[in-house]
Design a protein around this ligand. Structure first.
Ligand code: OVV
Length: 417
């Protein structure tokens, strides 16, 4: 098999099918597939542990074992060529690459160390009380309203308040966060209409983001302030501190918002599962894990082969992109019994919703904390979650969630019991 040169990557046309690799024809970025990707993921896994995505001229993995294999071999499957379809070695990224996501060791290790410390369970402890108070207030509001949009009124409202506060953002201008995040996650996919329309709509959001990443705009006693303190201590540069604030704002909103929305949809559609959490809120953390497995928020991203590498008995050429479907791995029936059933009693067995390996989500503990606290606040006040109409999906090239969820939160008769 011939080796693909740098220059050829990105210009590769569908049809350059490598020999011996099963071919998959569906477009994972089409509205049709995104509406319900799971039958397509099954097709992908049944085709084989490593396949060729004809539409985009990339390899892909969708089974649990091959996904884990790719993510735990960062030496062979790197992130520095970008974790989207765009190959940074040959194409121009839409923004300056992330210094923690789109980078390999040893550069990655230094930024990751600082970032992980600031988001460690230990440093998150001090946020719990404030997060709980805010969840109680927001949940009380939606319960009082009765009928609401579960996305706008709860799933968006909560992280836009508590996470943005924790980063140290000013209260004004936060409406720029979601258009920016939408762009970040669209940009991991192909430069399709969705990407172009999102970029065209962005307007002043990029400038606002860059502005609030500066030290003078961040509150004291915040993640942002801690990143700049790490710069004062010489662990990273001051410019890098600003870039890591950008990472928090890129990665920390859409993801948690969609996860909370997906949880609401799961429980509205499975009232028996809601009854379990409501009657035993201690299970909330495990239930969130099941939401993440069953309806993963981050669906897919890429790695790039650093050398000719054999995977699942097939040869991948250097510089080739490999599409990693974590949402498919989380539905792999050879790893999960009854994978397509939402079951909060399922024992948490290492789902890959947050990825795995050295690039495994650095914010996963705060993401879980937010979702768990919201679920517990709902469990304290809400008897039933009723779906009043068809949920509206939000289409994004990388993350999956809802644009709106018409819900009624039926209050418990006696909140005290
Ligand atoms: C994990 C993630 C998602 C989106 C953006 C970034 C990271 C970043 O580092 O900017």
């Amino acid at each position: 098999m011939s080796q693909v040169s740098f220059e050829e990557i990105g210009k590769q046309k569908p049809g350059h099918t490598p020999r011996g690799v099963p071919v998959v024809a569906f477009d994972p970025y089409s509205d049709e597939v995104m509406s319900n990707p799971y039958p397509y993921y099954q097709e992908l896994r049944e085709a084989g542990p490593l396949v060729w995505m004809q539409r985009y001229g990339t390899y892909a993995v969708g089974s649990y074992s091959s996904v884990v294999r790719v993510l735990t071999d960062h030496a062979s499957f790197c992130s520095s060529a970008g974790v989207g379809l765009t190959n940074f070695h040959t194409e121009t990224p839409w923004r300056k690459p992330s210094i923690i996501l789109e980078v390999d060791p040893p550069d990655h290790s230094r930024t990751r160390k600082v970032f992980s410390r600031i988001l460690s369970p230990r440093s998150l402890n001090k946020l719990r009380e404030r997060f709980e108070q805010e969840a109680e207030a927001i949940v009380s509001r939606v319960v009082a309203k009765g009928v609401c949009d579960g996305v706008k009124d709860l799933a968006e409202a909560y992280p836009l308040k508590v996470f943005a506060d924790a980063v140290g953002l000013p209260p004004d201008g936060r409406e720029h966060l979601l258009p920016y995040g939408d762009m970040v996650f669209n940009a991991f996919g192909p430069q399709n209409d969705r990407f172009r329309e999102c970029l065209a709509r962005l307007g002043p959001s990029i400038e606002w983001i860059n502005e609030v990443c500066q030290r003078k705009n961040l509150r004291e006693d915040s993640f942002g302030a801690e990143l700049y303190a790490a710069a004062d201590a010489g662990e990273i540069t001051h410019e890098e501190a600003g870039m890591l604030v950008r990472t928090m704002l890129s990665a920390g909103l859409d993801t948690t918002i969609f996860t909370i929305g997906n949880a609401l949809a799961c429980f509205a559609r499975n009232p028996d599962q809601w009854a379990i959490v409501r009657d035993n809120p201690a299970i909330a953390r495990q239930a969130i894990e099941e939401v993440l497995r069953y309806d993963s928020t981050f669906h897919s991203f890429y790695r790039t082969a650093t050398r000719p590498v054999t995977l699942e008995g097939m040869q991948i050429e250097k510089n080739q992109k490999i599409l990693v479907f974590v949402a498919s791995a989380n539905r792999d029936t050879s790893h999960w019994a009854g994978a397509d059933t939402f079951d909060v009693h399922r024992k948490p067995a290492a789902n890959v919703a947050f990825g795995t390996g050295i690039h495994g989500c650095a914010g996963q503990m705060i993401a879980r904390l937010e979702a768990e606290i919201v679920l517990k606040a709902l469990a304290a006040q809400v008897e039933r979650i009723e779906l009043l109409g068809a949920p509206e999906l939000h289409f994004n090239n990388t993350v999956r969630g809802y644009a709106s969820l018409p819900l009624r939160f039926v209050a418990k008769q006696d909140k005290g019991d």
